[in-house]
Design a protein around this ligand. Structure first.
Ligand SMILES: *[C@@H]1O[C@H](CO)[C@@H](O)[C@H](O)[C@H]1NC(C)=O
Length: 375
């Protein structure tokens, strides 16, 4: 399927390069997401497991994020992951970092219940056949505190009742994330977006099982799990290629705030779509049936885009080769080459500071902020 579509796209590109490369507005009603109800299993899990706050998870940080200095242009700050005997997130091949968001996405003040926090998602596609799904690093960014993190496994509730259960989310690539209010939004490549509730982090027992084991709970050796509470599912439409939910981001510079989602493909065209957020529910604005319709949708000719955000209607896009592209209707498309020395991923904007990003490759694996105003 994918191969033949890419082949078709390649042929089409040869025939019509200028048409396909142009940025075009698309029909908004072609892009819809349908939301599920809040998981009824959460109330049962609340009774079965101790709930821990983000503050408690940060206080339990057990790995350090040393400063680093990758050759990234207009760098503001950078750090990497723990690499000590017996533990290595800096160059390990089991987990690859993908998505980034901060407490500046979560709240207007930039702090979440008083804490300054960065969150980073990781996939395990090459480890245990991806069955461990994905995890989130909670990084303590509070001033005056040694920067350190704790990894928390993402899980999905399964059955409720007196013995409720959860499982790892096998195959979740988590290519982009953003934090809005108490919710963590995670891109789910083929289905849409998954929503996790940071008010329901559970502490589980030591052990390599997953979910309910005997009368207790385990999570592949992790001490904490963060459960999914809702999902936004892509509503397919005849004549419209299924959208690839490769990465997502948050734009708080628009009114209302909005989510952006984008596609990674080796062929073009690719699409970027916005959905408005509801500032009171912290969910996507939807009709009475729970269907959210895009508020902006564009198509462009760039390939291998890994992450995006919009700031004051300007698009910023990272690309596999190390470029940072920008686009606005006024100034058009601009390529900034060699901004990143390795594969850049997701983006997240911190107002008044800069653009957070990350690189995934072993030994070139950094979380950093750049001065977006220089691009
Ligand atoms: C596309 O839509 C935006 C507003 O969403 C508008 O500013 C822009 O001019 C439109 N572009 C074209 C080519 O119509």
């Amino acid at each position: 399927m994918k191969f033949s579509r890419d082949l078709f796209t390649a042929i089409a590109l040869c025939a019509l390069p200028s048409t396909l490369a142009a940025w075009t507005n698309l029909t908004l009603s072609d892009y819809k997401l349908s939301v599920t109800g809040y998981s009824s299993v959460i109330a049962d899990l609340d009774k079965a497991l101790p709930i821990r706050s983000v503050k408690e998870v940060l206080a339990s940080a057990n790995h350090e994020n040393p400063d680093s200095s990758p050759k990234v242009k207009n760098l503001l700050t950078s750090f990497t992951w723990e690499n000590v005997p017996g533990y290595n997130d800096a160059s390990g091949l089991k987990w690859f970092p993908q998505g980034v968001t901060t407490s500046a996405d979560a709240t207007e003040t930039g702090a979440y219940n008083g804490d300054v926090v960065n969150l980073v998602s990781w996939h395990c596609d090459y480890y245990y056949l991806g069955k461990r799904g994905s995890r989130i690093s909670f990084i303590n960014m509070n001033e005056g505190v040694k920067r350190a993190y704790r990894n928390v496994l993402l899980v999905e509730p399964t059955t409720g009742g007196a013995e409720p259960n959860f499982q790892a989310i096998a195959g979740l690539h988590a290519g982009g994330i953003f934090w809005y209010g108490d919710f963590l939004y995670v891109a789910s490549t083929n289905t849409g977006v998954r929503v996790f509730d940071l008010r329901h982090i559970y502490e589980v027992s030591e052990g390599n099982g997953i979910g309910r084991v005997g009368s207790g709970y385990q999570a592949f050796g992790y001490d904490y799990v963060l459960p999914q509470v809702r999902s936004y599912n892509w509503v397919p439409k005849t004549g419209v290629d299924n959208f690839r939910w490769s990465y997502i981001g948050l734009d708080r510079t628009s009114s209302p705030a909005r989510m952006i989602a984008g596609e990674y493909n080796t062929g073009a065209p690719n699409r970027l779509i916005h959905f408005d957020l509801d500032s009171s529910t912290k969910l996507l604005s939807a009709d009475s049936q729970g269907v959210a319709t895009a508020s902006q949708a564009v198509s462009h000719g760039l390939t291998k885009i890994q992450g995006t955000v919009t700031i004051n209607d300007k698009y910023y896009m990272t690309q596999s080769g190390g470029s940072l592209w920008t686009f606005s209707w006024k100034d058009g498309e601009i390529q900034n080459k060699d901004v990143f020395p390795s594969v850049p991923q997701d983006l997240s904007y911190q107002a008044g500071y800069g653009l957070w990003g990350l690189m995934e490759m072993p030994w070139n694996r950094h979380v950093f902020a750049i001065d977006h105003k220089k691009f």
